[in-house]
Design a binder for this molecule. Sequence first.
Ligand code: NDP
Ligand code: MG
Length: 399
Amino acid sequence: MAGIESPHLLAGTGAPRGVTVLGSTGSIGCSTVDLLERNRGAFRVEALTGNRNVELLAKQAIDLGAKLAVVADEGLYGQLKDLLAGTSVEAAAGDQAVIDAAARPGGDIVVASIVGTAGLRPTLAAVRRGALVALANKETLVSAGAVMTREVEQGRATLIPVDSEHSAIFQVFEFDRADAVSKVTLTASGGPFREKSLDEMAAMTPAQAVAHPNWSMGAKISVDSATMMNKGLELIEAFHLFPVDEPDIEILVHPQSVIHSMVSYVDGSVLAQLGSPDMRTPIAYALAWPKRMPAPSQPLSLADIGTLTFEAPDTVRFPALRLARESLIAGGGAPTVLNAANEVCVAAFLEGRIGFLDIARTVERVLEDGPVGALGSLDDVFAIDADARVRAELLIARS
Ligand code: NDP
Ligand code: MG
């Protein structure tokens, strides 16, 4: 049994909450900025960070009156400074500056929406000072697993999931009666290739893979949705977020993306959270928690939708689902390897260096090839992650 037993409650003072957005220029970041713009009185913006999109970063920071804007790419510091000249927004650059931004005490809430393992150190900086972390960056929990949840407990931080499935579970999970939970069901849209054969998938291009039917997202998670590795990562994420055992986490394909996930109880009750597929709902939930705030998502009209359908996932066409579950069962550094190899393979696919089916194939080979150590410390995480990346790159280079 893993997961955080119960969230700590923040003392609500009624004063505007300070918010730092890590990865404000991305898909989740922009949705967060949209909510902050619509609810200006409720929040003050401490810091925003981006990687390369310096124009958007500067625009967001000026518009929201942020104290600090940080660009991770140090080469863009001069440009950021110029864009912020004459404003009260401070500029900084570099990976350490992103970590420092997360560590600033003015960010009561830190929205962790950097993509990939790059988000690990900044998220940890927020966790260690006991911030409320609105966690979108699932790779962090997959890669660092129990190390991360231990840091959350030690830092007395609060982790509120932003991933829509985990937000749904969080909203209907009775933490004080966790022993009455019999099952958690993660719903999956099935992605753009849900009905494609393996032969058809073999020929799919990056443009086809990122064209998700229901959600508008960044490139990496869109490819993860197409391989269904996204749901595999979410399985591991759920294991760490909630007090449930691996066999009690089920995946169910639900193409309409209306039911965002469900929790089954021993008495036969099943509680679900529903809504239009718009990430501003789970982000708003995390920003306002333990209260609620308005979000501009399309109101859900079940009468218009008419039919909700469900199917069992196909682990033959989508082997990433199997690999993720096997990694979770294997434990130790296996999920770290899975995540690192997947990041390398998705990047290679987006660059046209490997085919779509090579993603899961290569991840499987990296998992099979290498010894996977225990995951006792953060140093273990970084060492296992780095080793898996090298092995994945070698396999790609040889293919
Ligand atoms: P995007 O690719 O749209 O955005 C990623 C953000 O991270 C950008 O702000 C980018 O900066 C920044 N970034 C990228 N690399 C680095 C780096 N090395 N150092 C610092 N910052 C970096 O991703 P999404 O918004 O789609 O996803 C973000 C996270 O949220 C992922 O972990 C994803 O799995 C998760 N998530 C996303 C959902 C969605 O609907 N999009 C749903 C559920 C979870 P820049 O753009 O300036 O280069
Ligand atoms: Mg999700």
